[in-house]
Design a protein around this ligand. Structure first.
Ligand code: SF4
Length: 244
């Protein structure tokens, strides 16, 4: 029987594949995508892990069951495990991180920074990804700051910002100004996210790359030389397909 207090609500576990974005781009990774999110971004590309209508696809798994799945997928060879979602910060990951570290695995978490957990300090990489105005969400900067503090300078902490337009770009600059010590990763948004169950829906790669070019021009024009601009590599390779 699964202890519901320590159980992890899982939408899907898959890999190894490469991390497609941000600071760990290109790195072979196993993904644990959790179910449930306290946000509902207008352009969310993971609605199957957010919308309660997909709850029947999610599974409450014990730490041990999740760990065994990670071991099986990685063949027991230590690699990076990405905790994503939904909002993975909602789930109890402390025990899994300890279990994995004992065997040499590394853990990266990406979250919007709205929910803070003590176990952030046990991570190897914490990606804080506050959502810009185009998401229609409101960022609580105090919560992002609390997430940063919870990390206690132990994991590598970075900011990742999705940018669709000028307002989002201004938001990204504000985020960078609030956290001047953190490396910044900018990513052109995908305006053609999949509807759940429709992973074959086409992606407007040309449109995304035009936004990428605009973003590069903006950063260089503004002499924002600390920012890194990266596309979502998995979207360029596989479109909206799930589990890659
Ligand atoms: S925070 Fe992430 S998972 Fe949650 S709704 Fe927004 S984009 Fe989707």
């Amino acid at each position: 029987m699964t202890d519901t207090h320590s159980a992890i609500r899982v939408s899907e576990i898959f890999g190894p594949t490469i991390q497609g974005e941000g600071v760990l781009i290109g790195l072979p990774t196993v993904f644990i995508r959790t179910g449930g999110c306290d946000y509902r971004c207008s352009w969310c590309d993971s609605l199957h892990a957010v919308d309660k209508q997909f709850r029947h696809e999610w599974e409450m798994m014990s730490c041990e069951a999740v760990w065994q799945k990670v071991l099986a997928l990685s063949g027991g060879r230590p690699l990076t495990v990405s905790l994503s979602g939904g909002n993975p910060a909602i789930q109890p990951f402390g025990a899994l991180i300890k279990r994995g570290h004992d065997k040499g695995y590394r853990f990266a978490l990406e979250t919007q920074g709205s929910v803070v957990k003590e176990w952030f300090a046990e991570l190897d990489v914490l990606v804080l990804s506050p959502k810009p105005p185009s998401s229609k969400m409101t960022t609580e900067w105090a919560a992002i700051e609390a997430s940063f503090q919870a990390a206690q300078d132990k994991p590598q902490v970075v900011l990742k910002l999705v940018v669709f337009d000028e307002n989002d770009y201004a938001f990204a600059k504000e985020a960078a100004a609030r956290f001047p010590r953190l490396p910044v990763y900018l990513q052109p948004g995908n305006h053609t996210p999949p509807r759940p169950g429709d992973e074959d829906a086409s992606v407007d790669v040309d449109g995304i790359m035009k936004r990428m070019e605009w973003l590069v021009d903006s950063v260089t024009h503004d002499n924002w030389f600390e920012a890194r601009v990266l596309p979502q590599l998995h979207v360029l390779l596989w479109g909206n397909k799930r589990g890659v």
